[in-house]
Write a protein of this length. Sequence first.
Length: 428
Amino acid sequence: MQYSHLSRYVSPDPHNRWIKWATWLIREVTAFVFIFSGFVKAIDPWGTLYKTEDYLAAMGLSIWPNLVTVGVFILCGFEFFIGVCLATGCFRKGSSILSFILMCFMLPLTLWIAVFDPVPDCGCFGDAYVISNWATFWKNVVLFAFTLWLARYNRYCACLITPALQWIAFIATALFIFGIELAGYIYQPLIDFRPYHVGSPLTEQSDLQEPEYMFIYARNGETKEFAIDNLPDESEGWEFVDRKEIGAGAESSEDSNSGFHIWDENEDVTAEILTSDKDRILLLMPDMGDVSISTTWKINSLYDWAMKHDIDMIAAVAGSPAEIANWKDLSMPEYPIYTADDTAIKELARGNPAVIFTEKGIVRWKSSLRAINTADFMAHDAAAEPMSFARDNHRLLLNFSYLYLSVLALLIMASFIPQLKKLFRLWR
């Protein structure tokens, strides 16, 4: 007797019927968590990369940056792929085993994070949904139990895509998630879960109250912190190094939009610079040491283009005074350079360097510098309208998603053709 791909995996024992339905429920819940977790991290590969670097720093590990980037791409895609396989029943034995192996790694990792708290949040759902470290651990305890169940009972549930077509689902899933990751890495995240999304104000008047900071100065190899009202005399050899936010605001700055602040040495000039009604281009560098000097010609050309079209342009960078001085010597910029916290810059836009266009204080578009198509902004055919550089990320995501879901729907329908034929014969 021959069985279809949908019926031959169902347990014939009626006493195991509850196992089949429980497995269906567990499988779909687990699939949803894996798909959601992988997708929101893949949408913003830069954010996942930053979180991974935090992990490595907490562990005291130093890994080649390009290798870390490749690992982030693989991890996000792998998690999403497992979720799709569980949801559709593709590679049922392999996907259930791989999900269990992944949870065997993630469960002790999140326990370590919950106990020792090396990072504020684990980033398991990216910036889309932030939960506490202990909540993440207990979530993984449940997922570990679910994947253990699936490793034992997943064979009792039917697959929605016949094994003969599952290789197509594999290719379609890989292309979809890799395309999402590549777009988020080269351009900007196709869904922006951060506070400063397009259409939002860069600063709020209520946010312009100067936060409390400690200022770090160095002299003769000695590093010391000073309050704003007790700054040292630089004529005595003290050199400004960095600043750090203190007080309750520092603890909550990652969870709320406390406004983007820029500094001219140790003076907060946000109110004077960012709240004017003029259109403005912000050049952002969260890590000056990682910016190639070969980009200076394009940046300077962008500045000339901005001046030609009556648009202000400033730079907000995270770097030491020595790095800023070296950049000025090499690039000879005509635009003013201010400093900002690297975390705030990374939250504002992804990429190094990144470019933001604001219109009367409202964010209109974001892009990494390399994603802006114009090679020379002063060319005769260069665009004159700043909004011509904007990209409709939502439309791009919708097009990707519609195409991918259509492929999966066709595969599922094709897998059910034998059953439909059989039902048609019985009807006739």
